[in-house]
Design a protein around this ligand. Structure first.
Ligand code: NOJ
Length: 546
């Protein structure tokens, strides 16, 4: 193992910006964000004060699931640019002191991946079909899917193919959309291929890998029916099986070939103990904290989630991670502005019918931002969170692109509402997202109200969400105690209030409906909204010098 320098542990306390490239900045004027746009806006991210960028998948893809359907893991999607642009971006970011994390999608590929095309062409029994999950159907003519598994995007998890001779043929498994066939991780070619993909990108200078759908990779080869009540874990046929950990042990050995590289798991499980198993020594470095992301705006629940995250990561020596949102969930400003403030994937369709109090949601999102930035470990900011953008709920049906929308027959609005292109400047769409006079419209329409939420408008306003994020990130970077990866001491607080010390910085959040007294302090360092008569108003966080 190579020697480690302190800087190799950058990821333990990093502020990581999630850059959803399609919606970040459009450099070539076609209405879709790209690498040229991202490169041009790197100074924005240095000003914001982040340490790393996580890019959602940037590979060649038919975009059936916004790039999570990958046709070539070693090529950049032409709409985004070329490999040379990615190389340039990596080196420019490094020059600015920013690390680059990319998304690898190992559970499934695209139906346009050459392996899948070959598997279809070669027919049943071909060794290439073994790299996926092809099976004969059930029923007299094989017309029923091989088992009862359902796609996470709705509908059956199996699609029947037409064989090369034109007859209805076998079925293949796709836990997501039909355009995303699942790889068979029991097949050695799959393991070798992905180990090579990791090395390909690490050799290009990438610092970290976010692992998509990390708990789903291995399946029970008998492919038994599953009961909807079966909890993820060793007995589940496709979620959180014990053998998935072998894969991450071999990936960790690859990451460890050079110091400072990190593996981050998207391990979306209800059981925090099972999630913590992924950060055992020799496996992943960190996992996303989904309990924190889904937690309602409630002091007791939040404190419990924070305590649990710290307790579960500690034995493995892993830092906790803190994340309020991402490209798959409702934006916090909207979530916190509804009567029900927790996020539940299964209930998205129902929540979208409920009114949102944006002023309240924004106030809470500001308080949540400072609370999050005060916690020990690494923190993620999903693009647009720093601008206080809301979930766009009125996207016209014909413009919606998320497969969840189509696969549920329009019942679930899907995730387009948190993926709307960013407003940068100006008073009319595309708000500087595309260069002036561009032929392409933004791929999703931006609300006209975002004229007051552009980067330019917020840069000029001391009370804006952007100003709060800039100040919070700068203070987190310079206050040693805040930036430390551990050390959180709870302070006594009344119901509805969370208070803790990070060394000589004291963080207090009032989640109740009454003003709260402040604990003893020498100075107010930063507050998410103005204090009133020395009291902390409802839905406000303050950082104090103890
Ligand atoms: C999780 C990703 O975050 C999501 O956007 C994607 O649709 C699924 N995995 C399938 O890859």
């Amino acid at each position: 193992m190579p020697e480690h320098a302190p800087s190799d542990f950058w990821w333990r306390t990093a502020a990581i910006y999630q850059l959803y490239m399609r919606s970040f900045a459009d450099g070539d004027g076609d209405g879709t964000g790209d690498l040229a746009g991202a490169r041009a806006r790197l100074p924005y991210l240095t000003d914001l004060g982040v340490d790393a960028i996580w890019f959602n998948p940037w590979y060649a893809s038919p975009m059936a699931d916004a790039g999570y359907d990958i046709a070539d893991y070693r090529a950049i999607e032409p709409v985004f640019g070329r490999l040379a642009d990615a190389d340039a971006l990596i080196s420019e970011a490094h020059g600015l002191g920013i690390k680059i994390i990319i998304d690898v999608v190992p559970n499934h590929g695209s139906d346009a991946h050459p392996w899948f095309a070959q598997a279809l062409a070669e027919g049943p029994g071909s060794p290439v079909r073994e790299r996926f999950w092809f099976r004969d159907g059930r029923g007299p003519d094989g017309g029923e899917p091989p088992n009862n598994w359902q796609s996470i995007f709705g509908g059956p998890a199996w699609t029947r193919v037409t064989e090369p001779d034109g007859t209805p043929g076998q079925w293949y498994l796709h836990l997501f959309a039909p355009e995303q066939p699942d790889f068979n991780w029991g097949n050695p070619a799959v393991r070798t291929e992905f180990e090579d993909v990791l090395r390909f990108w690490f050799d290009r200078g990438v610092d970290g890998i976010r692992i998509d759908s990390g708990a789903l990779l291995t399946k029970d080869p008998a492919l038994p029916d599953v009961s909807p009540d079966e909890p993820p874990g060793p007995a589940h046929p496709f979620t959180d099986r014990d053998d998935v950990h072998d894969i991450y042990r071999s990936w960790r050995a690859i990451a460890d070939e050079k110091p400072g590289r990190v593996l981050i798991g998207e391990i979306w499980l209800p059981d925090a103990q099972r999630t913590a198993a992924y950060v055992r020594p020799g496996e992943l470095h960190t996992v996303f904290n989904f309990p924190y992301l889904s937690c309602p705006w409630d002091a007791t629940a939040l404190r419990q989630v924070i305590e649990e995250a710290l307790a579960l990561n500690a034995p493995a020596g892993a830092p906790a991670t803190w994340v309020l949102s991402n490209h798959d969930v409702d934006r916090p400003v909207s979530r916190y502005g509804r009567a029900d403030t927790h996020f539940d994937l299964a209930r998205r369709r129902y929540l979208h019918g409920f009114p949102v109090d944006l002023a309240l949601g924004t106030r809470r999102a500001r308080a949540a931002a400072l609370l999050t930035l005060a916690l020990p470990g690494s923190v993620y900011i999903y693009q647009g969170e720093e601008l206080g953008l809301w979930e766009v709920q009125d996207i016209p049906d014909e413009l919606r692109q998320d497969p969840i929308w189509r696969r549920t027959g329009g019942e679930d609005p899907g995730r387009d509402g948190c993926r709307v292109p960013l407003p940068w400047s100006g008073t009319e769409p595309p708000f500087g997202f595309s260069p002036p006079g561009s032929p392409g419209e933004p791929w999703l329409p931006q609300p006209k109200e975002w004229r007051d939420y552009t980067v330019a408008a917020q840069s000029a306003s001391a009370g804006s969400m952007l100003a709060l994020y800039r100040e919070g990130l700068a203070m987190r970077r310079h206050e040693g105690a805040l930036r430390a990866e551990s050390g959180l001491d709870w302070l006594p607080a009344r119901d509805g209030v969370i208070a803790f010390d990070r060394g000589d910085v004291r963080c207090v959040t009032n989640l109740s409906e009454q003003p709260a007294g402040l604990p003893p302090h020498a100075e107010v360092l930063l507050a998410s909204d103005p204090l009133a008569d020395g009291q902390l108003p409802p839905d406000t966080t303050a950082w104090l010098r103890a």
